[in-house]
Design a protein around this ligand. Structure first.
Ligand SMILES: Nc1ncnc2c1ncn2[C@@H]1O[C@H](COP(=O)(O)OP(=O)(O)O)[C@@H](O)[C@H]1O
Ligand SMILES: [Mg+2]
Length: 230
């Protein structure tokens, strides 16, 4: 068996609006090895978020298969997908999606509330994750008391706190200036290279893609040949 962490076969996704059905992914085949850092690029509306959400189990396909770590996540029933997602996937979004009333530490603890872990252990794990992203001393700050780059670091800590199999990031630097974006991308690179995290990152910034080890291009719901290495 190959060491492919994610295997996608003939993946399709349709959206239905009223009487109209539109196919937005047209038979995607993709393999992502364990330990890879993939940048997923393509024009706006090409289906990047749709594909990422299918890999992360936030949505279910219309056809084809998605296997992650040997499990057919497209075949999960009922609450199985949500449970799998909580254990195996960390999500990072463009606008951080932190809860404004909670401290950084409490935001990072959130995914652990879905586990049976006790409060003291949760706080300890959250502190370890905050330390990993360089914010050990900001745990008591509310999101409004942090810069955009710091907020995204908190979001990355939250994504990591369950020690997920896969980190999926949708335009993680889309709202940040160049310097801050490069710091966040450097952090993702460290998580990939030194902590072995498999990362799939949607971006339309070619500079961001340079931090990844591989770039996959999507156009109008289809993968186009990988660009040559730069
Ligand atoms: N929930 C939805 N309902 C209907 N159409 C959608 C929905 N989500 C995305 N789409 C459509 O699917 C296409 C791909 O969207 P998306 O995956 O968000 O692209 P990208 O992330 O590359 O900009 C777009 O045409 C978009 O309008
Ligand atoms: Mg998108």
């Amino acid at each position: 068996m190959s060491d492919s962490l994610v295997t996608i076969r003939q993946l399709t996704k349709n959206y239905t609006r009223g009487k109209q059905t539109v196919e937005v992914l047209h038979g995607i085949d993709l393999e992502i090895p364990r330990g890879d850092f993939v940048a997923l690029m393509g024009p706006s509306g090409s289906g990047k978020t749709t594909l990422l959400n299918l890999i992360g189990g936030l949505d279910t396909p219309s056809g084809g298969s998605v296997s992650v770590d040997g499990k057919r996540i497209d075949q999960f029933k009922g609450g199985e997908l949500a449970k799998w997602r909580a254990e195996h996937v960390g999500f990072v979004f463009q606008f951080y999606n932190l809860l404004p009333v909670l401290s950084a530490l409490k935001n990072v603890e959130l995914p652990l509330l879905l586990t049976k872990m006790g409060g003291a252990e949760r706080a300890k794990r959250a502190q370890v994750a905050l330390t990993l992203v360089g914010l050990a001393d900001r745990g008591s700050h509310k999101p409004s008391e942090l810069s955009g780059g710091q907020e995204q670091r908190v979001a990355i800590a939250r994504a990591l706190v369950t020690d997920p199999t896969l980190l999926v990031c949708d335009e993680p630097t889309g709202d940040l200036d160049r310097k801050t974006a490069d710091e966040i991308l450097g952090l993702l690179q460290v998580l990939n290279r030194e902590h072995g995290k498999t990362i799939i990152m949607v971006t339309h910034d070619p500079k961001a893609a340079e931090f990844a080890s591989r770039t996959v291009h999507l156009d109008k719901g289809q993968l186009v040949d990988d660009a040559p290495a730069h």
